[in-house]
Each structure stands twice: as C-alpha cells, then as structure tokens.
Design a binder for this molecule. Structure first.
Ligand code: HEC
Ligand code: HEC
Ligand code: HEC
Length: 139
C-alpha cells in the first residue's frame, strides 16, 4: 500500500464511522431515556380511539373467542389483566411479547412504532429497576 492509498483508506474509515454514529444517533430513540416518552401510560396510550379506528383493548378482546367481558372488571391496564393472566389464563408476558413482535415485517408495533421494549417497560436509571408502565382504562 502506498502512503497515499493508506491515507485514503484511513479517511474513508473515519467518514464511515462518523456517518454510522450520526445515523445511530438519529435512529435509536429510547422512550424516556434519550427521547420524550410518547406513551408514558403504556397499553392505553396506543390502544385507544385514533384516526377513526377503535383500538381499545376491551373492544379488540371481544374478537378473542370466549374472552370474558373486561369492561367493568379491568380498571387499570395491564395490572388488572393479571387477575386471570397471572394465574389460570395464558401468561401476559408471552401474550404481549408475541403479539407485538411476531411477523416483524408486517407487525405494526415494530414497523410503525419502532418496537422498543420501553414502549411498555420503564427503567429507573438510578436504581436499574425495571417495571411495566400502566394507566387507567380508557372506556
Ligand atoms: C407503542 C404502542 C403500543 C403499546 C404501548 C402497546 N401496544 Fe399492543 N399493539 C400495538 C400495535 C400497533 C398492535 C398491532 C400489532 C400488529 O400489527 O399485529 C398491538 C397489538 C396488540 C394485541 C393483539 C390484538 C390487537 O388488539 O391487535 C394485544 C392483545 C395487545 N396489543 C395488548 C397490549 C398490552 C396488554 C399492552 C400493554 C402492556 C400493549 N398492547 C401496549 C401497539 C401498542
Ligand atoms: C376475568 C379473567 C380475564 C381477564 C381480566 C383478562 N383476560 Fe384475557 N383471557 C382470559 C381467558 C380465560 C382467556 C382464554 C384462555 C387462555 O388464553 O388461557 C384469555 C385470552 C386472552 C387472549 C388470547 C390469548 C391467546 O393465546 O391467543 C388475549 C390476547 C388476552 N386474553 C388479553 C387480555 C388483556 C390484555 C387483558 C387486560 C386488558 C385481559 N386479557 C384480561 C381471561 C381474562
Ligand atoms: C407491548 C408491551 C411490551 C413490550 C413491547 C415488551 N414487554 Fe416485556 N413484558 C410486558 C408485560 C405485560 C409483562 C408481564 C408483566 C408481569 O408479569 O407483571 C412483561 C414482562 C417482561 C419480563 C419479565 C420476565 C417475564 O418474561 O415475565 C421481561 C424480562 C421482559 N418483559 C423483557 C422485555 C424485553 C427485553 C422487551 C423488548 C425486546 C420487552 N419486554 C418488550 C410487556 C411488554
């Protein structure tokens, strides 16, 4: 390698590293960490009436065959889902992780919302403790 080639290689590498850094800075948005949390109440901040469609969970769960009506028994989400999904019904962690990450090319949570864990989870950066965000029902 000539001195000139080495110089060109070094400059190209530097430009590539800087470009990647800028790209990463622009693209990785961690809700509540390095960007504003648009959904601080978790589930109910996305599963609501929006753009003329009704995405509320009490409504969409009516399509799950045999699902108990939750309108009056669930007051805080997802906490109150746990009265059944923490005991005899399918576990809420696997239900929510599957529905939000399966078929990532088409899954609206990944493709449109960016798929961050921190859309549903919160983290206290001082103690390192994580939690699941929650909010009052929207029906
Ligand atoms: C950032 C927005 C967002 C948050 C927060 C969110 N969801 Fe979703 N959820 C979605 C989107 C978008 C879909 C549709 C995914 C797809 O394209 O299949 C979905 C799908 C679902 C489904 C499948 C049935 C349906 O209604 O389409 C369930 C059940 C569900 N979410 C429950 C929850 C629960 C419980 C929470 C809170 C622990 C939660 N979601 C938090 C955006 C969100
Ligand atoms: C009163 C009990 C009860 C409550 C409260 C409840 N569920 Fe369920 N849910 C069930 C039962 C029973 C089933 C069907 C059997 C199973 O999945 O274990 C079910 C099934 C589901 C399914 C389909 C599971 C699958 O494998 O396809 C989803 C999604 C679901 N529930 C989400 C929720 C969410 C989100 C909440 C809170 C907003 C909630 N449920 C509150 C009892 C409950
Ligand atoms: C759509 C909402 C949602 C998203 C997105 C989400 N989680 Fe969860 N997660 C939950 C819920 C609900 C629980 C169950 C909470 C409970 O049991 O009290 C849970 C539980 C967990 C737990 C506790 C252990 C377990 O499996 O029960 C871990 C660890 C976890 N999630 C990691 C993640 C990671 C890592 C990501 C991102 C790749 C993620 N979650 C994205 C909703 C979500």
């Amino acid at each position: 390698m000539t001195k000139r080639t080495r110089f060109i290689v070094a400059v190209t590498a530097m430009v590539a590293v800087t470009a990647f850094g800028l790209w990463a800075q622009e693209h990785v948005k961690l809700p509540g960490i390095n960007s504003e949390d648009q959904h601080p109440n978790g589930c109910v901040d996305c599963h609501k009436i929006s753009g003329g469609s009704d995405y509320r969970l009490n409504v969409s769960l009516r399509e799950v065959a045999g699902h108990p009506a939750i309108d009056s028994i669930v007051n805080t989400l997802p906490d109150d889902c746990m009265m059944c999904h923490g005991s005899y019904a399918a576990k809420l962690n696997t239900i929510t992780h599957t529905s939000h990450y399966a078929n990532p090319e088409e899954n609206h949570f990944v493709a449109y919302y960016g798929g961050q864990c921190l859309e549903c989870h919160s983290i206290d950066v001082d103690t390192g403790k994580t939690d699941v965000k929650s909010g009052p029902k929207n029906w």
